[in-house]
Design a protein around this ligand. Structure first.
Ligand code: FEO
Ligand code: CA
Ligand code: CA
Length: 655
C-alpha cells in the first residue's frame, strides 16, 4: 500500500453517498421524525444518551449495568514492531500456556523443537495457530476447560526447512500430510490455577483433539441432502472441521467453532464448477495444501486424501459442501460427535456470538462471512430459550437472515427462506438454499461488506458490534453495493467496527438501526481518513477478534497488514473501551482517550481470541503465527502460537 496515496485519496463519500456526519445527522433527524414509529430502540439508540439511558436497558438474564467499570484503570501501552516482545500494561503480568505441540492426550508425546514430531504425535498435541477461545468452568474460576480453535498450519510444522514436495509443489510424504490434518481443528484442555499460575491437567478425561479426521454429524435442514452425499456418507456424517477461526458459545454451555476459509483445502479442475463450489471460491490450487496429492497411498482409508479434490467425475464432488458450517461441540461430553448445524448457513464463517440471552425469548446468533464484499448474517432460533429444560438441538430450527444496510442509518434483516418468491424460484428446498447461502444473499440484495469478522453483543444494551477488518478492493462507496454508507472508506485499508441495535431490542426483529463505532487509522492520517481521531495511544488497523466481557468492556483485537505510525509492519494488538461510558455515539476526537491499547504481541503475529474466568481475574488470549522465536525468545527456536494468560499483579479484577 502506497501510504501517501492512501492518505491523500481516501475519502468518505461521493455525491451519491452521505458522509458519516451526514449519516449521523440523518439518524438524529429520524429520531425526531420516527419517535414512536420504530419504537424505543430507534428513538433512543445511539442518541449519545450515555450511561444512564443505557443502564435502563439492562435486564436480569442477559447481563446488567450494575458492574459497568467506571473507567479503564490502566495506562495505554505503546505500540511496537519488535521481535519477541509481548507487552501488557504496568501492574499486569502474563504467562504462556498451551503452545502448539503441547501434549494433552494419550501417551503425551513431548514437543520436539525441531519439527520431528510425527502425525501420531500431533494427534495427541495442541494444534497450530490458535484462534477463537472459550473457558467453560468446572470449578468456577479455579478449574475449567479451555477450548480453542487451530485455524491453519504453516511451514514450522515440518522437520527441516519445510514440507517434502515434488517439483510441482505437491506434498509427497503421507505422514506429513496427516500431521498437517491433525494440527488443524480444536483443542479441549482442562486447566487449573496453581497459586498464581495456570497449569494443564494432562490426566483429564475431557482433554480432546478434534481434527480434520474427526467424525461429525450433519444436522438441520441440509442433513441427508443430495448435495452433501459422498462415498463416505449419505449426507448425514462427515470427517473433520477445517480453518476454524472465530467462535461462539451457547447458554447451554457448548462451543461453536466456525469454518472459515474452506476454499483453501479443496481443489477442482472443473472449468465451470457447480455454484456451491464456485461461490465459495474453490479453485485449482486452494492455499497449496494439496492433501489430495497423496491419494492412493496404500495407507489411505475411505478417500481420506482423495476427498480434497472435488472435481467432477472424481466421486467427491460434494465433499466441500460438508464444510463451511457452524460446528457445535459439547466440551463436557468428550465422546459426543461434533454437530454441523446447517440451519446456520454455509459461508466463510468467522464468528458466531449470541445476542442477549433471555428466558422465554428466542436467541439470535450474529455471524460474519469474512471475504471482501460478503455479508453479515443472523440466525434466530425458532424456539424460546428455556433455561430449565435446554434443548441441545436448538440450533437445528430457526431462521437465517442476511443484513441490508440503508444510508439513513436503518437496516433490515432479510429472511433466507422459501417464503421469498425469488428464493423459491431458485432453490427447490432449504437444504439446497443453505448449501448455497451466499447465492441466496446475492439474490435478495444483501449489503456487501468490508470483510465481516467477529461479532460481539454489549450485555448492557444488546447492541451488536461487528468488525469489518478491511477491504482494499473497495474503490468507490458504490462498489458492488449501490449506496454503502456502512462501508464508507475507499479503499478501506484499516477497517472499522460497526454496531447495530435491533428494533424493540428483540432477537427476532427484522429491522434495526446502525452506525459505525470506530475506524482504524494511523494517528497521523488526516481527518478524512482518521475519522475517529485516533492517537498514538490507540491507533490500530485490521479489527478482527471482538468480545464483550460480562461487564460491558469491549475488547478489540487486530489482524492488521497496513502501516501505522509506529511501523510499516506494526505488531498486532488488543484494545479496550467501555461503550456504555462514552458520552457520544461513537469514538471521536473528543472521547478517543477512552479507547486504550491493552496488549501488543510479538512481530508477525495476529492477536485473536479472548475470554476471562468468571471472576474476571484471569484473561486468556491467543497469539497466532508469531515470528521470531516467540515465546522462547532465544533467537533460534521455532515460533509457536500460544495462549497468553494475563493477570493483575495484585490478583484483582482485570482493569
Ligand atoms: Fe480467520 Fe477472518 O480471520
Ligand atoms: Ca479472524
Ligand atoms: Ca483476519
Amino acid at each position: 500500500m502506497d501510504r501517501q496515496r492512501r492518505k491523500g485519496s481516501a475519502r468518505l463519500s461521493n455525491s451519491s453517498s452521505p458522509s458519516l456526519n451526514e449519516l449521523l445527522e440523518m439518524q438524529v433527524s429520524r429520531r425526531h421524525t420516527l419517535r414512536g414509529g420504530l419504537g424505543l430502540a430507534a428513538s433512543t439508540v445511539f442518541a449519545g444518551a450515555g450511561v444512564s439511558a443505557l443502564a435502563g436497558c439492562s435486564d436480569s438474564n442477559g447481563g446488567g449495568s450494575s458492574n459497568i467499570p467506571s473507567e479503564l484503570k490502566f495506562a495505554s501501552v505503546p505500540g511496537s514492531n519488535q521481535d519477541n516482545v509481548t507487552i501488557v500494561p504496568e501492574g499486569f503480568n502474563f504467562q504462556i500456556l498451551a503452545p502448539w505441540g503441547t501434549p494433552i492426550v494419550g501417551s503425551l508425546p513431548a514437543y520436539a523443537g525441531d519439527g520431528t514430531n510425527t502425525a501420531a504425535d500431533q494427534a495427541q498435541q495442541v494444534g497450530q495457530n490458535h484462534d477463537g477461545i472459550h473457558y467453560f468452568p468446572l470449578n468456577d474460576s479455579e478449574k475449567g476447560l479451555l477450548v480453542m480453535n487451530h485455524e491453519y498450519t504453516n511451514s514450522t510444522l515440518y522437520a527441516g526447512d519445510g514440507r517434502q514436495e515434488d517439483e510441482n509443489g505437491r506434498p509427497t510424504d503421507v505422514d506429513e500430510v496427516r500431521k498437517d490434518i491433525r494440527a488443524h481443528g480444536v483443542s479441549v484442555i482442562e486447566i487449573f490455577r496453581n497459586g498464581t499460575q495456570w497449569e494443564i491437567d494432562t490426566t483429564s478425561p475431557f482433554n480432546r483433539r478434534i481434527t480434520v479426521e474427526t467424525e461429525m454429524e450433519i444436522t438441520g435442514p441440509a442433513r441427508g441432502h443430495e448435495l452433501l452425499r459422498t462415498p463416505f456418507s449419505a449426507g448425514t456424517r462427515t470427517r473433520g472441521t477445517v480453518n476454524n477461526c472465530g467462535k461462539g458459545d451457547t447458554p447451554w454451555n457448548t462451543y461453536l467453532t466456525c469454518e472459515e476459509n474452506i476454499q483453501g483445502y479443496f481443489v477442482t479442475s472443473d472449468a465451470n464448477p457447480p455454484r456451491a463450489t464456485a461461490r465459495m471460491g474453490i479453485n485449482e490450487n486452494g492455499f497449496g495444501y494439496f492433501w489430495n496429492a497423496v491419494a492412493g497411498d496404500p495407507s489411505e482409508t475411505a478417500g481420506e486424501f482423495a476427498r480434497f479434490d472435488v472435481s467432477t467425475g472424481g466421486g467427491w464432488e460434494n465433499e466441500a459442501n460438508n464444510f463451511g458450517w457452524i460446528v457445535e461441540i459439547d466440551p463436557k461430553q468428550p465422546n459426543l460427535a461434533p454437530k454441523k448445524r446447517t440451519a446456520m448457513g454455509r459461508f466463510r464463517h468467522e464468528g458466531c456470538q449470541p445476542g442477549r440471552i433471555r428466558a422465554g425469548e428466542p436467541i439470535a446468533f450474529y455471524m460474519g462471512d469474512d471475504a471482501r464484499f460478503e455479508y453479515l448474517y443472523k440466525f434466530v432460533t425458532a424456539d424460546a430459550w428455556n433455561p430449565n429444560n435446554p434443548d441441545p438441538d436448538m440450533l437445528d430450527k430457526g431462521t437465517l437472515y442476511v443484513a441490508k444496510f440503508s444510508v439513513d442509518g436503518t437496516g433490515e434483516w432479510i429472511a433466507l427462506t422459501l417464503d421469498n418468491p425469488t428464493l423459491a424460484a431458485e432453490f427447490s428446498d432449504m437444504g439446497e438454499l443453505l448449501v448455497n447461502t451466499r447465492t441466496a444473499g446475492d439474490l435478495v440484495g444483501a449489503t456487501p461488506m468490508d470483510r465481516p469478522e467477529w461479532t460481539a453483543v454489549d450485555p448492557n444494551t444488546g447492541e451488536m458490534y461487528v468488525t469489518l477488518t478491511n477491504n482494499t478492493r473497495r474503490e468507490t462507496p458504490s462498489d458492488d453495493a449501490g449506496e454503502n454508507a456502512a462501508n464508507p472508506r475507499t479503499p478501506n485499508t484499516h477497517g472499522h467496527v460497526l454496531r447495530l441495535r435491533e428494533n424493540g431490542d428483540r432477537a427476532e426483529a427484522t429491522a434495526f438501526v446502525w452506525n459505525n463505532f470506530v475506524f482504524g487509522s494511523p494517528a497521523s492520517a488526516d481527518e478524512n481518513f482518521n475519522l475517529s481521531g485516533l492517537t498514538a495511544d490507540n491507533e490500530f488497523g485490521g479489527p478482527d477478534g471482538l468480545w464483550f466481557d460480562p461487564r460491558g468492556v469491549l475488547w478489540i483485537q487486530t489482524d492488521n497488514g497496513a502501516p501505522l505510525d509506529y511501523g510499516d509492519d506494526p505488531n498486532d494488538q488488543m484494545l479496550a473501551v467501555i461503550p456504555a461510558r462514552l458520552g457520544s455515539d461513537s469514538i471521536t476526537a473528543e472521547n478517543q482517550a477512552q479507547l486504550k491499547r491493552f496488549f501488543v504481541g510479538p512481530s508477525d503475529c495476529e492477536v485473536t481470541g479472548v475470554i476471562m474466568t468468571p471472576d474476571l481475574k484471569t484473561m486468556f488470549l491467543n497469539v497466532q503465527h508469531p515470528g521470531g522465536s516467540w515465546p522462547l525468545n532465544n533467537g533460534t527456536a521455532r515460533p509457536r502460537s500460544a495462549t497468553v494468560v494475563i493477570q493483575k499483579d495484585d490478583g484483582g479484577e482485570i482493569i
